[in-house]
Design a protein around this ligand. Structure first.
Ligand code: ADP
Ligand code: MG
Length: 330
């Protein structure tokens, strides 16, 4: 349905999206998951023909979005991050305006307006001015306009942002319902939302695709790893030197703490009990006292949180500075 090949978008010297390659198959709900600034909106704006790419290729239903934009765009309904809703129009006026702009034939206009209003639950507010609607209803109207023209693919950029918990539940249900008949791509920075709503996840971080698969597959990929939180009495460099050669250890993060202590975050790919032993023996062989050793199973949640913390815009500057300062790669 959608093929994205080596897509890159640069704003000046800043690379917002880097060498993205993925395929969207018909009939699934895809979740574009990534922290703020990951490049989700940029990618969606390119997929929908609203923004030019710097490099790479996008085809929608076989049509190149840059070479045959009109044919490609006809297949896609889009709810951008800031939908262009006209507050001074009623819901009915706005939807019929969009339908005409999308070229819905006059004879099918009423039937289509009726249907999208029913699907999105905006019939009761059809005569209300958009500016007087709650955010939840405005979002429904935004989804309704995306559905006009009967596109096969619906792209929704952060459709639940700014909604209250009840509205979130309703919009998620609406998206799942849409996914029964159409291909849906939504973006979100909330892992649980993507897990709850999507059949497939595309995890994006700093403009790069870092993982993709079903939510269960991603869980399994994480399940093969284990993280240890270790506190030792040694210098960070000594602790790292002791642990890095140990079989199964894939990453050691060491941060100097108080009173000659070092806090370690050790990632291992082997989860068996003898990993615990190898780790503590490796330290005691070097006469490094172990003050604490805890293991925690890597979950998708933890992996995602770790990615999100590294995101350029997720943390305020001083926070990022602190994190970097903690690391000792000497
Ligand atoms: P997301 O939707 O995942 O939060 P965006 O696609 O909006 O991410 O942004 C990705 C990166 O590109 C961010 O670092 C953002 O600051 C930058 N960016 C987005 N739009 C522009 C623009 N028009 N000019 C310059 N930089 C931009
Ligand atoms: Mg965005």
């Amino acid at each position: 349905m959608i093929e994205v090949n080596h897509l890159t978008k640069r704003y000046g010297s800043h690379t917002a999206v880097e060498d993205l390659t993925f395929t969207v198959e018909k009939g699934y709900v895809y979740g574009f998951l990534g922290p703020n600034g990951a490049g989700k909106s940029t990618t969606m704006n390119i997929l929908t023909g609203c923004l030019a790419a710097t490099e790479g290729q996008v085809t929608i239903g076989g049509y190149d979005i840059f070479e045959e934009p009109i044919k490609a765009k006809r297949l896609v309904g889009y709810l951008p991050e800031q939908p262009p809703l006209y507050g001074g129009m009623t819901v009915q006026e706005y939807l019929s305006f969009v339908a005409r702009a999308k070229g819905v034939p006059v004879r099918r206009l009423d039937e289509q307006l009726e249907r999208v209003a029913a699907v999105t639950g905006v019939k009761d507010v059809a005569a209300r001015l958009i500016r007087n609607l709650s955010k939840g209803y405005r979002q429904r109207v935004g989804i309704a306009q995306a559905l006009l023209g009967e596109p096969e693919i619906i792209i929704l950029d952060e459709p639940t942002v700014g909604l209250d918990p009840l509205q979130i539940v309703e919009i998620r249900q609406l998206i799942r319902d849409l996914g029964r008949e159409r291909t849906v791509i939504l973006s979100s920075h909330i892992l649980s939302e993507v897990q709850a709503v999507c059949d497939r996840v595309l995890m994006i971080h700093r403009g790069c695709l870092v993982a993709s698969g079903t939510p269960a597959e991603l869980e399994r990929q994480c399940a093969g790893k284990v993280t240890y939180r270790v506190t030792v009495k040694a210098l960070p460099g000594e602790a790292r030197a002791a642990l890095e050669p140990v079989k199964g250890i894939v990453d050691v993060d060491a941060a100097a703490g108080e009173g000659g202590r070092t806090d370690l975050t050790v990632t291992a790919s082997e989860t068996g009990a003898d990993m615990d032993e190898r780790l503590s023996f490796a330290l005691s062989d070097r006469h490094i006292p172990v003050l604490r050793l805890e293991r925690e199973q890597a979950s998708l949640e933890n992996v995602f949180l770790a990615l999100a913390q590294d995101a350029p815009e997720a943390a305020p500057a001083e926070e990022k500075h602190r994190r970097r300062g903690r690391r000792d790669r000497a």
